[in-house]
Write a protein that binds this ligand. Sequence first.
Ligand code: IMP
Length: 487
Amino acid sequence: MRVSCVQITSGSFVILQFLFDLLPSSSGLGHRIFNPATRVQISLGAFNFNYYWRAKFMSVLVVLGTQWGDEGKGKVVHYLAEQADLIVRYQGGNNAGHTLIYQGEPFVLHLIPSGILFPEKTCVITNGVVIDPKAFKEEIDILHSKRIPTDKRIFISEQAHVILPYHRIIDGIFESYNIKIGTTKKGIGPAYADKVNRLGIRVIDYLEDSVFKELLEKNLNAKAPILNSQNVNIAKLRQEIITEHNELAPFLKRFVLDTRLLLEKSINNNKKILFESAQGSLLDLDFGTYPFVTSSNPTVGGICCGAGIEPKKIKNILGVVKAYTTRVGEGPFTTELSNKVGDILRYKGQEYGATTGRPRRCGWFDAVIVRHSSKVNGINHLILTKLDCMAGLDKINICVAYKYKGNIYKDFPASRTIQKSAVPIYEEMDGFTGKIKGITKFNDLPINAQKYVKRLEQLVGVKIDLISLGRKRDEVIEVTENINWFN
Ligand code: IMP
């Protein structure tokens, strides 16, 4: 159904509504004719008619991280998933870790979108994701053990590439002799490298026995030098992969389809689609702190290639931002606090990796990186998390720019040297105390907490519409009330 409003802007005004039911929404014709941005002005004597074409199909919402991951996207997606029909992962793999609360218990998902906890929602893993069939099955088994239904609710793309045991081994080998990145060792980088090298095995190839075996041989041959260098027993590895494949291919089959087509149909049928990014924008292969990044594009551009949807269908882009900064793994971190304050933030925020258990590095809020993320992604809403973990600090610093060799950098610099050696220029604010958790109105926050939030908004240039103050779904302040996130 499409609706248009006609507004007479001079003289008296009348609002007419026309329902265009003649075009079935499934035909896909409607969206080409009635672009929602279309405004047609017609003059009739003294009257100007403005036609605003609106269509409900523009319900694509993106939730992504604005720092180095672990901003609390899982909680935000869980909060918004109730309003969505489909929740979609478009990049990364089981390197992600989203901690959710289910029936009062913390619960970690690595690959399957957080929307799975709502029984009526559909979860989609698209072509841009790398899927470890073994890890996928383990996650499905966990869901079943919790009596969470998965049948006809989870779909994986036939074009996604698979992670196989040799990818995990090579991930570990690279870490020991290449630049140490501090990867999750889940085989993510090597699987994406195979994709780019055109050696990769896609889900559809994995399901075709003869194709899979042929590609497996090619891959084992290509990787023999590196595997031999570490005395890996290739014959044993081959057998392990084939045994796993015999079990996992039939298991995987029931989840596989053309997810691009599924999304196209869903968009044409006015479904609400929530894209859930993994990792954070500063871990983006192109826009992050290269080479200390993940091997995919968590930034918004990753959705078009990683899921096959048209860029113009993406409307609302929500950036999730932690009230301070954390990072796991190696790489530059200008505002890192290797002191007691860093320890306090780690302790209060329980900053330990959900996938690897590693302690996260902690530091002050860095407006340079969040501004960078906001520009790269076109973020139009910010969601601030973990403000409660900052309560009790006497003074709070915010990094407003970097300084290197006498030069000031307000925009994030690409140079590794500057990223590594720049010093932060801080703005100091008074801290806040008291019990923040449980507050549901912005004005009930301590005044210094309010000032902090407002300053972050100013520095990043995007409004903070929601503040999260705890792990539970309802521990939030709706700074802007009644937002229709899917509009
Ligand atoms: P990989 O994605 O395992 O290749 O790791 C590359 C970098 O991204 C490392 O610094 C990891 O610690 C980091 N990383 C990967 N996934 C996440 C995540 O979900 N949260 C935070 N850091 C991540």
